[in-house]
Design a protein around this ligand. Structure first.
Ligand code: SF4
Length: 259
């Protein structure tokens, strides 16, 4: 597959389906993916490096310097980002100075583009770390992944590389007291008798029960957009996403979908 790697620490801005004009801040290595999950749909490809591998992360001070340089350029060019987004080649919260980078991004946002949001795209696997939790509580758009309603489907879709269960993810998300956003990618795949499907009635019912339990301020539903590392994944239609979103709205939780 053609995998997407961000070869710079600061990338874009790109036009994001969910975040508008988004300036990316890649906290991970620039030449490979580093993640605690190995999602079958990941645009960065398979997770080939173990999450506990020794990594030379770009220091927080250097990331903040690079971010400020890029923000100055955007200001001069008249480009106004909607979001400064911590994401990139994997799970951003694995950076050991995640908190300092969040603080630096917030301070620079306030100076250069006060209307832009600070967004983080995360998989909720590092919330046992108090520093990560504290930093995520400061951002405007704390977007956390829940792709399944049942443990079996969670393991099949997200294939965590660290020991974690869906129940642990859900319980740890309760620490945000509803001040976060859930993102869920819906998909189906059946090959050689193995079915991976988070759109069955059983899955949707279980997933809705989780939403009811954690009550995020918003839920983002989306489908695959590009080639995936596991072949044969079906793209869920806009109508199907709309039907699921309507069920979320019925519970009094904002939902939006992106196909
Ligand atoms: S959590 Fe995100 S970066 Fe990690 S494997 Fe899944 S989609 Fe890729």
């Amino acid at each position: 597959m053609s995998r997407i790697h961000f070869h710079q620490t600061i990338f874009g801005p790109i036009n994001s389906r969910r975040l508008g004009i988004s300036l990316g801040i890649n906290l991970l290595p620039t030449n490979y993916k580093l993640c605690t999950f190995n999602c079958i749909y990941c645009e960065c490809g398979w997770t080939e490096v173990e999450p506990d591998t020794e990594v030379n992360f770009v220091p927080a001070t250097e990331i903040v310097i690079q971010l400020e340089e890029r923000l100055k350029e955007l200001k001069e060019e008249g480009v106004i980002p909607n979001s400064l987004t911590l994401a990139g080649n994997g799970e951003p919260t694995v950076h050991p100075e995640f908190g300092a980078i969040v603080d630096g991004a917030i301070a620079l946002r306030d100076v250069y583009f006060p209307d832009a949001r600070i967004s983080v795209l995360s998989n909720a696997s590092k919330l046992e770390d108090p520093a990560v939790l504290k930093a995520l509580k400061k951002v405007d758009y704390n977007i956390q992944k829940i792709d399944a309603g049942t443990e079996r489907t969670f393991q099949l879709i997200n294939q965590p590389k660290v020991p974690i269960t869906l129940r642990e993810v859900v319980d740890s998300l309760k620490q945000f007291k509803g001040n976060f956003v859930v993102q869920t990618l819906f998909l189906r795949r059946e090959l050689d008798g193995v079915r991976i499907d988070n759109t069955t009635e059983e899955e949707i019912t279980s997933w809705l029960a989780l939403m009811k339990e954690i009550r995020p301020r918003r839920v983002m539903l989306y489908s695959i957009e590009r080639e995936t590392p596991l072949r044969g994944i079906e793209k869920i239609t806009k109508n199907e996403l709309a039907r699921i979103a309507a069920r979320v709205e019925k519970m009094g939780i904002c939902a939006e979908f992106f196909d």
